[in-house]
Design a protein around this ligand. Structure first.
Ligand code: JFZ
Length: 421
């Protein structure tokens, strides 16, 4: 009976009132900065370099000896995000290489103890975010390429790696997560990754998520497992995928649940810093992705890989200054809005907030109008956002025609503001 009660308990999760409020705030933020930064950044070949280039753990560890990011400035990172119009930051506290980018008591393999830098950039970032009103989430890898207790490559039997010490690894993660949640001021979320590397292991999510919510019930838990949401999760994340578009790497089990959604993409083609990757996305591509995500009711987490010295490369700053400037003018049609009022259309998407509906024309149509199907709300005005220019429309049972004669195709996105009050 006790066992059954425990089992039943593990299957259910009732988010606290503070958690539900945090989810709503999170959905309002809409645009976040994803940061992949670690000792791998030194090599400029992405965060998978140890694995891709078959560098042994012992050799790879030497990168810590030379990691000394003297130009790192938490203020610069936060200002980069703010200038880009981003409202939160998700940063790699520990990636698959197992190197902790924060001061941890659980392993000496961390930036404070194992590098000549001897400082904790995650602490500086947490403090700066708090000061500047930017929310902070920690990315945390479940997968570890180097620890003996994880035993990367080991056969899994009965939910454990045969050659490892699974209890020890789970307990290690719990202690690190406790540090991240209790020591770093204002942390709002944990972004798990690496589940997919061991599909049959027992990750003890009930204990891990339970611990996180016990320490702080408002913390938002997300997991890049590419499956339907599990009990204890507070948002669903989609990697390199607008929810509902193509379910990249998702198994048949994946479906879009009822939780807040977040999609992430890279500013070029890499997560971690790459010397050879210059497939930079244009401001138009980034705005399309952000607005497309908002129309599908999802946040957009855009990734950059800072350089090993801690600086963000000029190409990223230039692009994001353009996006930020666009958001300064058009942000009201993105921040705090919700999507999925109307399905995405060939010309763009719809967002809405209170009694206002925003039609985002991302692809200029061949016709002199756009059609919004099945809009039930009665319109009483259509305007070009940020202007006093009225736009002609015709509302019928099956939808609304918005006429574009005299409307100029604005750079990136032409936003038509429709009032329904
Ligand atoms: C993962 C990481 O491996 C990667 O380094 C980065 O941190 C990214 C945000 O997340 O990438 C994945 C995860 C899962 C799959 C592919 C890439 N998958 O299951 O196809």
């Amino acid at each position: 009976c006790m066992a059954l009660a425990a089992q039943t308990k593990a299957q259910t999760y009732t988010p606290s009132a503070s958690n539900l409020a945090a989810r709503k705030t999170f959905q309002d933020l809409k645009f976040g900065l994803f940061i992949h930064w670690g000792i791998y950044s030194e090599l400029g070949r992405g965060e998978w370099v140890m694995n891709n280039d078959h560098i042994s753990y012992d050799n790879y560890k030497r990168l810590a000896d030379f990691f000394n990011p003297q130009a790192f400035s938490a203020h610069d990172w936060v200002m980069f995000a703010k200038n880009a119009g981003m409202k939160y930051i998700t940063v790699t506290s520990r990636h698959h290489d197992g190197f902790s980018m924060f001061g941890t008591k659980q392993s000496a393999y961390n930036i404070v103890d194992a590098t000549p830098y001897h400082k904790d950039p995650m602490m500086e970032l947490a403090k700066e975010c708090k000061k500047e009103g930017i929310e902070l989430h920690f990315y945390y890898s479940l997968l570890d390429w180097g620890r003996a207790d994880y035993a990367y490559g080991s056969r899994i039997e009965d939910g454990k790696p045969l050659n490892g010490n699974w209890d020890s690894y789970i307990s290690f993660m719990k202690k690190q997560l406790t540090e991240l949640i209790t020591k770093y001021p204002g942390v709002k979320g944990i972004w798990f990754d690496g589940h997919w590397e061991r599909k049959t292991v027992n990750w003890h999510y009930d204990e891990i998520y339970g611990l996180i919510h016990k320490l702080n019930p408002a913390i938002l838990v997300g997991n890049n497992h590419h499956l339907a949401p599990k009990p204890g999760e507070d948002f669903q994340l989609f990697e390199k995928d607008l929810p509902g578009n193509n379910l990249t790497g998702f198994s048949g089990e994946a479906k879009i649940g009822d939780l807040p959604l977040e999609t992430c993409e890279t500013i070029n083609g890499s997560w971690g810093f790459s010397l050879s990757d210059n497939k930079y996305k244009t401001p138009k591509e980034i705005i399309d992705y952000l607005v497309g995500a908002a129309g599908r009711n999802a946040n957009f987490l855009l990734n950059i890989g800072p350089m090993p010295n801690g600086k963000i490369q000029q190409e990223f700053t230039d692009t994001m200054a353009v996006v930020g400037k666009w958001l300064q003018k058009n942000g009201e049609s993105v921040y705090g809005t919700r999507g999925n009022l109307v399905a995405p259309q060939p010309w763009g998407v719809i967002t809405h907030k209170n009694k206002t509906v925003y039609a985002h024309i991302l692809v200029w149509p061949k016709e002199n109008y756009i059609f919004i199907p099945k809009l039930k709300e009665k319109l009483n005005k259509a305007m070009l956002l940020g202007t006093k220019t009225a736009v002609k429309y015709k509302q019928q049972e099956e939808g609304v025609f918005i006429y574009l004669d005299g409307v100029k195709d604005a750079p990136y996105d032409t936003v038509i503001q429709l009032s329904t009050d």
